[in-house]
Design a binder for this molecule. Structure first.
Ligand SMILES: O=C(CO)COP(=O)(O)O
Length: 218
């Protein structure tokens, strides 16, 4: 299993439409050229999934799915529709798109049914332990108060990564404020299998330089 760099486009002004496509193409080119053993994944807004999937070779993940089957569910995101749009995986329970934990088992079943790799995001160790028992593919630990900030979780709260790695059996990713190769190498040193990055790339003046800087840490 390769270490992961997941780029979460969220709904940043720079992360959708033609601007999001440009960042995804940049990530795709870098992935093709790098000799690092790392899987670069892009997670664009849902409306751009098909457009991005048609334009890149790297995996594309959706930012969310709902606990639903096809039917009368206005405004929801369906596992089979994101699969058909080209998604290979999905983020679940991001702190900016939380789900009810009692729906998690069903959502994981839906993701697994369609072969969508799943990354369940958690805010704390207690939730990580609960999620661990449901056998997701990954758990991503992201303290919400550090998301979008200037200080990386790897320097502000390294203990939370270390403890989550120790107390769970699921491969752990981490994120929040990650922006440098040093943050990445520290994350790996703490036992994480990769990082989730949003603002450090999407809001960067030069996403290409930012992605290459992060790759140096792997
Ligand atoms: O929420 C995140 C990734 O899912 C992290 O966001 P930032 O990289 O902006 O802190």
């Amino acid at each position: 299993m390769k270490n992961k760099l997941l780029i979460n486009f969220k709904n940043y002004a720079q992360g959708y439409g033609s601007s999001g496509k440009k960042i995804a193409n940049t990530a795709d080119n870098i992935a093709r050229e790098t000799d690092k053993e790392v899987e670069i994944v892009v997670s664009p807004p849902t409306a751009d999934l098909r457009m991005i999937s048609n334009n890149v070779n790297i995996p594309v993940y959706c930012q969310h799915i709902d606990p639903i089957d096809p039917g009368s569910h206005t405004g929801s995101t369906l596992a089979e529709s994101i699969k058909e749009a080209g998604a290979e995986g999905v983020l679940i329970n991001h702190s900016e798109k939380e789900i009810k934990l009692n729906n998690l088992e069903y959502i994981l079943d839906r993701a697994n049914e369609f072969g969508l790799e799943n990354i369940v995001c958690v805010n704390n160790l207690r939730t990580a332990k609960v999620v661990d028992s449901l056998d997701p593919d990954y758990i991503a630990i992201e303290p919400p108060e550090l998301i979008g900030g200037d200080t990386s979780v790897t320097s502000s709260d390294p203990e939370i990564i270390e403890k989550t790695v120790k107390k769970t059996k699921t491969p752990i990713l981490c994120g929040a404020g990650v922006s440098s190769s040093k943050d990445v190498s520290k994350a790996l040193e703490l036992g994480s299998r990769g990082v989730l990055v949003a603002s450090g790339i999407i809001k960067s003046k030069n996403p290409e330089i930012s992605i290459k800087e992060l790759l140096k840490g792997f």
